[in-house]
Design a binder for this molecule. Structure first.
Ligand SMILES: Cc1ncc(COP(=O)(O)O)c(C=O)c1O
Length: 409
């Protein structure tokens, strides 16, 4: 009998390591961008799908329905209306490209701008998957430190000047200005204007990721950077993953027509899933605002449960700034805590956390930080999971000083 085929000898040499085998979610799941299961609007989604299918189900017969490759037109119209209302951004539906999750938006922007050896400026602590994408392309992410108002413009100016003196022109500046991931900051309007000024001075575009911008406790926020832009300097992206459901895989990119056409030429998936787009357009038209209000109220309760549990079980050993929205808490421990080791030890005990170094342009500043997602676990799981995490952290690093409840001074 012939030997079985050796695929390893045939596979491309520069592949990432194989994905691990899926073993189900851990009991205390504080990773990823998962959202609240109990608030999934299942009945309304069923009704919206049925309405859309009865009305125009026959259009599924052609790629892109009858809307063309940019995506289902009623959904692009909803995105344009939502952006005008919530982000102060006036755009035509013709400048909205529906993507298969905003991650595909990141891939398309990367594809049209980046080649190995290029440089991209990012927030020092930044969306881990965006960093991983850049590194996989052989692109150098250069981190700019943040403060409570997001990326620091004085340090961005320094970095741009230093790179220019080396003859390096970064391809773009990637920012998450409204509920930053992982830190949760909201960049004030004046700083957004400064960023546009630096973009103009150095001729470097801004890539604005507003993945979490609709999940605000108060609803108050400055206009999107794209809304303040009068020089075609900003590419904007967003998503329905955090407001409605990540498994739908629907996001969007907003840019001027020439760039959209470039991205479209690289979007090889034959179109983003049509049923999801039809359902979302139908559902969001009448339910989006009320749904987002309901979801943010639940998320705020979960955040409160998480901060209370951290205070109870870690005391002053856990430092954080409670965000004004979103689904993450960015926690700093004393420097004796090695977050990579803590993540490995807690994974063994059924607690999944994101270690800071994976969310950082340079690992060292995030050595003792972790990101906790409070979107998907229940309040009970948050309380118990944080308690168990404190026990593990105490066992591994002696921090908090003693496990169990921290006595109040
Ligand atoms: C900042 C940011 N951008 C983009 C994404 C990608 O989201 P999706 O592809 O589900 O729209 C995420 C997901 O967590 C994110 O945090």
């Amino acid at each position: 009998m012939a030997a079985t085929l050796d695929y390893d000898a045939l596979l491309a040499p520069d592949l990432p390591p194989p994905a691990p085998v899926w073993k189900g979610f851990p009991p205390y799941n504080f990773i990823g961008g998962n959202v609240d299961a109990a608030s999934m609007p299942v009945e309304d989604m069923i009704a919206a799908t049925a309405t859309a299918l009865r009305r125009e189900g026959a259009t599924l017969a052609t790629y892109g329905l009858e809307s063309g490759p940019l995506g289902y037109r009623p959904l692009r119209e909803f995105v344009a209306a939502k952006l005008r209302k919530r982000s102060g951004l006036a755009v035509s539906p013709d400048n909205v490209l529906i993507t298969s999750g905003s991650n595909q938006g990141l891939d398309l922007v990367n594809e049209i701008f980046l080649r190995p050896g290029d440089t991209v400026l990012v927030e020092q602590f930044c969306y881990g998957s965006a960093l991983a994408r850049l590194r996989r392309l052989g692109v150098r992410p250069v981190g700019v430190p943040l403060d409570g108002d997001g990326m620091r413009m004085d340090l961005l100016a320094e970095k741009l000047a230093a790179l220019a003196s080396e003859g390096v022109k970064p391809k773009f500046i990637y920012v998450i200005p409204t509920i930053q991931n992982p830190g949760g900051s909201i960049m004030p309007e004046a700083r957004r204007a400064e960023l546009l000024g630096l973009s103009a001075e150095y001729g470097v575009p801004v890539f604005e990721d507003e993945c979490y911008a609709d999940l605000l406790w108060t609803g108050e926020r400055p206009p999107a950077i794209a809304a303040l832009d009068d020089g075609n300097r900003v590419i904007h992206c967003g998503s329905f993953s955090k407001t409605v459901a990540p498994a739908l895989r629907v996001g969007y990119i907003v840019a001027e027509s020439g760039l959209i056409a470039r991205m479209l030429a690289c979007k090889h998936d034959g179109g983003t899933g049509a049923l999801e787009q039809m359902m979302l357009a139908e559902y969001c038209r009448t339910h989006f605002d009320a749904h987002v209000d309901r979801v943010t109220a639940i998320l705020k309760q979960k955040l409160d449960a998480m901060t209370a549990a951290l205070e109870e079980h870690f005391g002053t050993a856990a430092e954080f700034v409670a965000p004004e929205g979103g689904i993450y808490l960015w926690v700093a421990f004393p420097e004796t805590v090695d977050a990579m080791k803590l993540a490995a030890a807690s994974a063994g005990a059924g607690i999944a956390i994101n270690p800071g170094p994976e969310w950082s342009a340079d690992a060292a500043p995030a050595r003792s930080r972790i990101r906790l997602c409070f979107g998907n676990p229940t309040v009970g799981e948050i309380r118990e999971g944080v308690k168990r995490l404190a026990e593990i952290c105490h066992r591994e690093f002696g921090i908090p000083l003693r496990s169990g409840n921290i006595e109040r001074a």
